[in-house]
Design a protein around this ligand. Structure first.
Ligand code: SAH
Length: 453
């Protein structure tokens, strides 16, 4: 195909669609140009910034007309923190439902229904966790972000979608670190000490954990700094140094050193208490997580008599919710620290009908099967890459009445639904999207599959 535009060319574009990443799409002789921040229906003066063989990127210079779905005082959508912040919240919820719908249509599953997305009343300041890079700007350590696809660091104090108290704690930690002439990590040279700060805050408990990620084990004045943080912020119950000396964009390293306080903080979900450590996966939007889990549990249709498997169980948040309504729950998770937390969480909540195992979900499905365990319901909540063929096969071999699929990626969900259908399972209720990540294009949903035979 002939590329119909050139780099730096100025051009008038009409935006037709939004990609799953929330970028506007306009076409020139069928050649797609992606434009950050532009919305369907908008006509713009743009400049072509990059061309590849099958698609290119353009930047909006001026809006000739604006979409009715555009937020007037738009959050800076290009800052990488709120890539959908320029779209009205109602329209964001529709966008998320439509994404699932479109993927189903492409797979010839247009007969499947998708409910309206369950949204938040106040879709800002919802995140219970921050994970931000630290760099030195004019001699001072700052937290901020990198613009999408760039190496240009932008310092920031108000992160818009994080718990406001987390923003405050980040600034307090920086003030203290700045008294000690510490260096910041440099991605290019791999030198410098402070790489990232991670802060987590319990939505109900208000307990805060601060994790300082350092390039190497030596952290001059680390203990003193930790004590000062706890003194300045009495809600901080845990200060941890995490050592990461690899040249990688993975944020956390393997080694944790507790500098002050505990190695975990507590939080609650749907009235159950949870212990959370630095490495554990814990859903970032607590208000919506309660709704998501209620959906998943309701859809499982438990009466108290069922055996349930929770594959991908993390620290046991869904498992323990299920355990209150089932006879027996088996959970499996690949991160050993998470299972340690899960076991303690079962004890804290006096739930004795749950067994947790460390390992690969696939392998444990087979082991449980060999032990003669017959689940009535299997709950899966996999990472973005979805399920493997062999997991789907072993799950179906166990012949559960229901499979409840919590998905954070509609593309792999639709792919996996097709595989379940090949094994004789059908989607029996409308798919329910739940907005876990307002102002971003991420789509979370709950699907129920049943074997009618
Ligand atoms: N249900 C939990 C966790 C969901 S996130 C919650 O809502 O909090 C997905 C989890 O799957 C992560 O904790 C991740 O560590 C785990 N995981 C990833 N691959 C896995 C595998 N092959 N087997 C078991 N667990 C896995």
């Amino acid at each position: 195909m002939q590329i119909p535009v050139k780099k730096n060319q100025k051009i008038v574009l009409t935006v037709e669609d939004l990609t799953y990443e929330g970028m506007g799409v306009a076409k020139v002789n069928n050649y797609p140009l992606f434009i950050a921040g532009a919305l369907p229906g908008e006509k713009i003066n743009a400049v072509v910034v990059k061309t590849r063989k099958n698609f290119g990127y353009a930047r909006a210079l001026e809006y000739i007309n604006k979409s009715a779905d555009r937020v007037d005082d738009s959050l800076d959508q290009q800052n990488g923190i709120t890539p959908l912040g320029h779209l009205k919240y109602e329209a964001q919820l529709n966008f998320k439902r439509n994404q699932i719908k479109q993927l189903l249509n492409k797979a010839h599953l247009e007969a499947l229904n998708v409910n309206n997305t369950l949204g938040m009343e106040n879709p800002l300041h919802y995140r219970n966790k921050a994970q931000v890079p630290v760099r030195k700007i004019n001699g001072k350590l700052e937290v901020g972000f990198y613009r999408k696809g760039s190496h240009h660091f932008m310092p920031l104090k108000h992160f818009l979608i994080q718990d406001k108290r987390i923003d405050e704690v980040l600034q307090s930690v920086l003030e203290i670190l700045n008294q000690y002439q510490l260096s910041a990590y440099d991605e290019e040279t791999g030198k410098g000490l402070i790489r990232h700060l991670m802060v987590r805050r319990g939505y109900y408990s208000h307990e805060v954990m601060v994790v300082i990620i350092t390039n190497g084990k030596s952290f001059p004045h680390g203990d003193k700094i930790a004590k000062e943080i706890m003194k300045k912020c009495p809600d901080v119950k845990s200060v941890i140094q995490n050592v990461n000396n690899r040249k990688t964009n993975v944020i956390l390293g393997k080694q944790d050193i507790v500098l002050a306080g505990n190695d975990t903080i507590m939080d609650e979900l749907n009235g159950l208490k949870f212990k959370i450590s630095a490495h554990s996966f814990y859903q970032v939007n607590p208000q919506q997580t309660e709704k998501l889990y209620q959906q998943a549990i309701h859809k499982a249709g438990l009466t108290g008599e069922e055996t349930v498997i929770d594959a991908y169980c993390g620290i046991g948040t869904i498992s323990l919710n299920l355990a209150k309504h089932a006879k027996k729950v088996y959970g499996v998770e690949i991160v050993p620290e998470a299972i340690q937390d899960a076991k303690q969480n079962a004890k804290i909540n006096n739930l004795t009908n749950v067994t947790f195992e460390v390992g690969n979900a696939e392998e444990w499905m087979e082991k449980w099967s060999e032990k003669g365990i017959k689940p009535d319901v299997i709950m899966v909540d996999p990472p973005r890459k979805g399920l493997t063929n062999s997991l789907i096969h072993s799950a179906c071999e166990m012949k559960p009445k229901k499979i409840v699929y919590v998905s954070c990626n509609p593309a792999t969900l639709v792919r996996d639904i097709q595989l379940f259908m090949e094994e004789g399972y059908q989607v029996t209720q409308p798919i329910q999207p739940v907005d876990q990540f307002p102002q971003t294009p991420h789509v979370e949903s709950v699907t129920v599959l049943e074997n009618k035979n």
